[in-house]
Structures are given as structure tokens and as C-alpha cells.
Design a binder for this molecule. Sequence first.
Ligand SMILES: C[S@@+](CC[C@H](N)C(=O)[O-])C[C@H]1O[C@@H](n2cnc3c(N)ncnc32)[C@H](O)[C@@H]1O
Length: 485
Amino acid sequence: MASLFTIRHGSLSILDPGAGTGILTAAFCDRVLSTGSPVHLRVEAYENDTAVIPILTKLLGAAAREFKKKESELSFVIHEDDFVTANAHQIKQPDLFGSASTGEKFDYVIANPPYFKIAGESRQARAMDDVVAGQPNIYSLFLALGVSLLKPDGEIVFISPRSFCSGLYFRRFRQWLLSRSTIRQIHSFQSRVGLFEHDSVLQENVIFKLENGVTADSASQPIKVTVSKDKDFSRSDKLHVDRSTIIFEKNGDVFIRVPASLHDLSVIRAVDSWPFTLNGLGFEISTGPVVAFRATEFLSASDQASPKFAPLLWSHNLQGLNVVWPLAKNGKAQSIRIGEPSRTLLLPVKNYVLLKRFTSKEQARRLYAAVLRAAQFPHELVGMENHLNYVYRPHGDMTEDEAYGLAALFNSQLLDDYFRTLNGHTQVNATEIRTMPMPTLSEIVELGKLIRADVRRNVAPSLDVYLENIVANYDRTLAVREARA
Ligand SMILES: C[S@@+](CC[C@H](N)C(=O)[O-])C[C@H]1O[C@@H](n2cnc3c(N)ncnc32)[C@H](O)[C@@H]1O
């Protein structure tokens, strides 16, 4: 992380919010001293865990002595304080407090912020409601304040979960961040094994380097994307990627994509050239309304549907491309009571594409879809549990060809790779699926026909081969368009 900064000479300052024992600042000190030029470095660290303060103090003291030996100087301040509440005024009312307009800002911020959700009504979240919404994760507050505390040409390098790059909860934060800073570099890790083995962090982590401010010039420069395979950063792959490939605007939202290879870039290029989205094709995606623990009074273990009970579908009912019901699993309810009180939890049986909302890291794919065929599901109503998303045609019916075509798209390697550049966690949100580009309806129908023919012949669908044809179509169109441009 320290190696990513552009080191200047003379008088420098760095902020380390949530400094712990000071390891990041120590790496930065090493980096500065390795330039060989005398510097004066001012360090400010925030840490609210009193147990680590003595170590942090000792470390910064040792660093100061090291600087002296090299004809340089290091001064430091340790704030035994809550970084967020001590600085939130920077964002809320920058002109009311002297420190915001006249106080010290920093050339550099280096941060490995804490990660945990805080209550929306907490003092910290309320102080920063211009930047975050709902129940924010504390790391987004640290990052926003880190950016606010930079000098005009200052740089921040941080490591954090990549959840802020997509998803509704971080939308306001993303918009805020991208309007105030410029992404210079994104580093991701191909494999988490061996790197975060002691952490219980469930998400992929990324390192970002941002520069304070957005100018026409900075916004036109490509973003450096690096990927390391293990702890050895020197063996990282490097790419320079167009800003518009990384910062992806769709449906009024903005996302930060993290491609990990040249392959990912060609996937993004191919899928971005598709002209539609689900909505544009007349489909909608929603999340299963049955939250089991809130609906216990309606749920039943019975695996017999009747005028009083409708089938209840969970992720485990998705088997290959099919929906299998009844199917017992871990004593989960199999049906749901039909009646006025449970009316909003039930859906009419139609053709649907069901998509799992959660897949485990071990599963090869993130996107996992199956088809609920009305013709083979002799019930009037069905319950969908909350771990499922379902795609349907709100006005009318989805044909079987359309359903198989869509399910095939979702199950393809191509869309799975595309989805991974957008989303670093194992959760598949309907909002993200809504932003996914789609080919034309006739291409989806054609794909559906091919898949159904394979299913009828009882052969494994040659999904990725069929998709290659669609991709090749768009590649040709793109090539012609680019040649004309
Ligand atoms: C993920 S650790 C990183 C520590 C260190 N920077 C490193 O990389 O090893 C986050 C640190 O932030 C501290 N912390 C958590 N909440 C804080 C807050 N509100 N203000 C200041 N420090 C905080 C924790 O005590 C912890 O030391």
C-alpha cells in the first residue's frame, strides 16, 4: 500500500485513521526514507483501542529516531479518540468549524479501516447522512472522512471490502466518493487463500488509490488495475483500463467494476455492447417475499399441495435447470397456507426464471438459474422464499423459450464472469441483475430453443458455444462501429 503513493520531497504529512499498532505508517516511513532525500514528515494517527496505544507510541518514537539518523525529521500526534465523531464536521458543516477551512489537511492518508455495520440512528451515521444511508458500514465513514481530510492534490490508499463498489446500500457513498476523488489504481487479489487466512472477512478485499478532486484531465486518464496471485505483490498482473470500463453508469446508479484480467475486459466489452436490460425486454426481477421466520404461522411441513396449501420454493428446489418440488431439506417447510393473511406472500403459477440469491464461495458459479415451467407445475399458487429472485413478465406470460434462454444466459460463464467484475460478494441482488445488459429478445428465444432441444435429447446443453455465436455477432457490429469511428 505504501508503495502506491507518489512521494514528493520536503515537508509531508500523513493521516492513519484506525492505526492499530501503526504498521501502515511504518511502511510509509520506510518508503519515504528509501528515497534518500531529507524530509520532514508529520504523522497523525487515530486509534480508540487503548490497549494498542503503547505499541503505537513506541513504534512512532522509533520511527522518529530513524528519521533523525537520516537527517530527516518526524513529528507525530496520536489521537486516542473516535476518528468519525472527531472529524464528522468536515463533511456536515465544513465552514462552521475552524479546523475544516483552516485546520491541517494531509498529503497522504493510509487506511485499513475497521469493518462493521453501525446503526442508522447512531451519532456517527447521523453526522454523515450526506454520504451514507441506512445501516452503513463504518469503513465507508472512515474512507469519506479520509478523502475530506486530503489536501487538494493529496492521495489516499486504503484496503477495504469491495462491497462499496456495487449494491444499493453504498449507492450514496459511491456517488459521493466519485464526485470528490479520482480513482488512480485498483488492486485485487486473485486468491484469498493465504492472505486473509486469519480474518473472518467474508468478502473480497481490494486496495484503492484515489487522488483528491476530479478534473477534466484526471477523469480522462486510464485507471491502473493490478491483481496479485498471492502475498507477493511483485508478481502482480498490470493493466491500464479506460475509466468508462471501471466506472459503469446504468439505471441512474453508478458502479465500480473490478476486472481481474484481460479476459474480464473482453467479457465487459462483449456484454456492455448488448442493447437491452431485463426491463427493456419487458421482464422484471423481484425477490421472493416469504421470509421464513416472519411467516412461521403460514408454513407447513406438508409436501402435499391442496386448496389450502401451495408449494413453497427455496434455493434447494433448484436442481440443474429444473425446479423440483417437493424436496425435503433439513426439515424446511415445504408448503405455505393459502388465505387472505398470506395473500401477499403468494404468486400465481406462471413461467418464471428462478435465480439463487446466495451462493457459497466454494460454488463454481455465482449465478445459478432454473426454470419454473407452469405446464409442469400443476398448482395455482406458489410461495417463493426470500433466498430466491424470480424473473417474470409483469404484463403477460414469459414463454418457455424465453425462460430457458434467460436461464441459459444467467448460467453461462460469460455472465458469471461479467457479474464478478461488478460484485465481490456471494449475494446476487435484484438491482444488480436489473443493470445487466441483455441481448435482443429474438437472440434469447433462439438460445432457449437450442437449450430445450438439448434437454429433450437428454444431452448437456452446449451453452457456452451458443453464447459465443451471440458474442461474435456483437463483436462484428462493434468492430464495424469502431472502424467507422
Ligand atoms: C482493521 S484494524 C487496522 C489496524 C492497522 N491500521 C493495520 O492495518 O494493522 C482497524 C483499527 O481501527 C481501530 N478503530 C475502530 N474504530 C475506531 C474509531 N471509531 N476510531 C478510531 N479507531 C478505530 C481499531 O481499534 C483497529 O485498531
